[in-house]
Design a protein around this ligand. Structure first.
Ligand code: URA
Length: 411
């Protein structure tokens, strides 16, 4: 395999063979192909796309770049959910323990922040001590005991996605249907699932801008799942406005805890219930009850304890991650909120430090936006539109200007 030739052929729109794609992914995983060549390849795929056969080959190569789950005989239904990425989307933090309470196993393998969208792993790591690096043996034992594990890719589990995901985040190559399909489906298929629900987002805060693009992405992921005998359901949701009222790592965990306590914003609760109902195999009313009576919250606490955190810290996250500058953005006039642009809010959050500019960067757990008004809500002149949590006053000013552009008030 001559990698420059492969890159050039993809740049010219040629179809690569299954074998070529497998060799490329194997070599990249083994550090024999450097990041600069893989970035060029990803950019060529971004512009030229891939056929269904190439996408399936990429997915399979990425899935088999490491080990897969092998569940013990007689296991309960193994299920999961994955979102194609949104702003303020903290659904996984609630859904995974909730669906485990319904008697399913949820071996949830997630990602870090990608582009303007937040990542479940970064959010979980805002809980002091929480370890997302879990071996397959530990994950299997935890599934048996608790029914849920939340972890990231490792050098042994989907290592190709671990590397490529981080590279795409910082090379402008995220919003590509074949790359998203292979990234998501390689992780989910390596979990050896019975049922999967995909939350396919579209709009300014998603990688797919239009519903039509989201439908194409959804159809491609369903086709890959069918080939591997996994029942895949897709739900399409607009991501024109952030989910809930918070954006940012620790801030989103705090809002997820509200929902796990039977409270929190209605749009978040509804999304959690819609997606959970598609895989849990129990009536929606039972899921609602498990949110309201503390069952799901207790499971989340057990999950936190099992993965190195202390449940007693959960109520103190706002203090543990207190940003130096916390200030309100005030309404310039009275009116009704007509739009809260998710893309712009996501960008503001990334620039505050909640996301990455380089693959080696960490994220700032404390920064972000909360108390965000939703469209349809009324506000009077001088009342808060939201609060910004910033590291510095300069960062606050930058984010404030973006938030003011993101929120449209109709008088
Ligand atoms: N989620 C993933 O895991 N990968 C993507 O490429 C996008 C969203």
């Amino acid at each position: 395999m001559h990698v420059p030739t492969l890159i050039a052929r993809k740049r010219e729109g040629e179809e690569l063979s299954t074998d070529e794609i497998r060799q490329l992914i194997e070599a990249y995983t083994a550090d024999e192909v450097p990041d600069y060549q893989m970035s060029a390849f990803a950019m060529a795929v971004f512009f030229r796309g891939m056929t269904a056969v190439e996408t399936a080959a990429l997915t399979r190569a990425m899935m088999t770049s490491g080990d897969c789950f092998s569940h013990r005989a007689g296991h309960p239904p193994v299920v999961d959910k994955h979102s194609t990425g949104g702003v303020g989307d903290k659904v996984s933090l609630i859904l995974a323990p909730l669906v485990a309470c319904a008697g399913c196993w949820v071996p949830m393998v997630s990602g870090r922040g990608l582009g303007i969208t937040g990542g479940t792993l970064d959010k979980l790591e805002s809980i002091p001590g929480f370890k997302v690096r879990v071996s397959l043996a530990q994950a299997a034992a935890q599934l048996d005991r608790l029914g849920v594990v939340m972890m990231g890719q490792t050098e042994r589990f989907c290592p190709a996605d671990k590397k490529l995901y981080a590279l795409r985040d910082v090379t402008g190559t995220v919003p590509s249907i074949p790359l998203i399909t292979a990234s998501i489906m390689s992780k989910k298929l390596a979990e050896s699932l019975d049922r999967l629900v995909l939350d396919v987002k579209y709009g300014s805060g998603a990688f797919m801008r239009t519903k039509k693009e989201a439908e194409t992405l959804a159809a491609g992921m369903v086709a890959v799942g069918r080939e591997m005998n996994v029942e895949v359901t897709t739900l399409l949701h607009p991501m024109s406005e952030p989910t809930g009222r918070t954006v940012g790592n620790a801030l989103e965990v705090i809002e997820a805890l509200d929902c796990l306590n039977g409270q929190g914003p209605p749009d978040l609760r509804q999304l959690v219930l819609d997606l959970s109902a598609a895989i849990a195999g129990v009536p929606r009313t039972e899921l609602e009850q498990m949110l309201d009576d503390g069952t799901a919250r207790r499971k989340f606490d057990e999950l936190v304890a099992a993965q190195g955190g202390r449940p007693e810290d959960l109520g103190k996250l706002a203090e543990i991650h207190r940003a130096p500058v916390i200030r309100e953005v005030l309404a310039p006039a009275s009116g009704v909120v007509g739009r809260v642009d998710a893309g712009m809010i996501g960008q503001a959050s990334v620039q505050l430090g909640a996301g990455r500019a380089r693959a080696i960067d960490g994220v700032d757990f404390a920064v972000g936006i909360d108390q965000l008004l939703k469209s349809g809500e009324s506000v009077h002149f001088g009342q808060p539109l939201c609060r910004i949590h910033a590291r510095t006053a300069v960062d606050f000013d930058m984010a404030e200007a973006m938030v003011e552009r993101a929120i449209r008030l109709n008088e």
